[in-house]
Design a protein around this ligand. Sequence first.
Ligand SMILES: [Zn+2]
Ligand SMILES: [Zn+2]
Length: 396
Amino acid sequence: MVHNILGNTSGTLRDGADLNHYKLEVIHQGDESGNDMTVKYRLPSGLEIFGLPTMNFYGGHWDLGPTWNYAVMADKPFLVDSGRFGQGQKLVGMMDSVGIDPEDLEFVLISHSHEDHDGGLAELVKSTRLKVKAHAIYDLLIRKYPRKAPAGYKEDFPAKCWHCFMPESFYTRNCRDYHKVFQELEVDRLGDGKYSLGANIHTYHLPGHSPDCLAVLLGDEAIIVGDIVLPDITPWPTREAMYDEVADIIRADYTRPQAIFGLQRYIKSLKKLAEIARLHPDVLVLPAHRLYYNGRWNPIYLEDKVNELRQHHIQRCAAILDILSDGPMIADDIARHHFDPGLLEGLGSLMAANEVISHCELLIHSGDVVALEENKYAATGSTNFEADIHALRSDF
Ligand SMILES: [Zn+2]
Ligand SMILES: [Zn+2]
């Protein structure tokens, strides 16, 4: 699965704000995008965190930059994420180059089930015997369920990839081997809400970008956010309709799609992050992409960033309603009206339609849009969505 970068948001740098009380050491300077870079943060408590970015392969409009994996040298040291498929061994080499012996690590935590974060996992586990921790949904969705899968070629996909809209030309080249490697993995399941990983370290289950997204809060000093918030780019929201495909597998634990999928859920997760930001205003935010990109550092001010993302989605909902004021339309056509042609080239059109549908799902909850038939929408004339978005609250 690939994320999109539809809808760039500019970075928010506050004048005079300063996150430099965290000592950052560049151990190895990589390229402009951060590939091959290694860095070390030293937090006021003495906690050290290594940033170990591994290469991705998407380019052009798709480029996310490398995946920033982090080694947290807490009392029980651990790694967050494993890079994309083929990068597991590279990550072991990077750890070695900064003096980390994987034998000293207790576990690797997966921030969410996208390929650029868990693709290197099987290889990493094979060579290091690290234990794996991830949200319970991850453990369910990395398995294959041939009798429950959508009929056809997806019978051989893990459940987390059933919703993927990439064409055969993409998955045969990039995903075949990746799909095979999970079946033997043992995963230590982490729970919903706030979950303790040890002294003063907690995970937060913040779904929306993916149903199994976790953020890791390290005391009041740092938070590793995966793809939940990113500098420069707007994380892609899931669609609530994705629930239907995997309902047989997760219904026992989650009876409502909105509990783990969709834009509404994503915004609720952002609100939880805003709460955390208010409790820990100086928290260092460590994203999984673009910490360093285009030759510069991209600090995230968490509360500002959350407000900016919420505003971005409000504007996109408003734009979609405006387009629908001309009459009912299918998602592909709404996308053509809304996005710059450059963003719709190739696979971009699939991303754009997905983005439109997740916003329409939210607008349906607000009563501002009705679905006429498969992916065809009409405006009702009301504009409740903005008040509804402001009223959303995190669940825990
Ligand atoms: Zn992701
Ligand atoms: Zn990612």
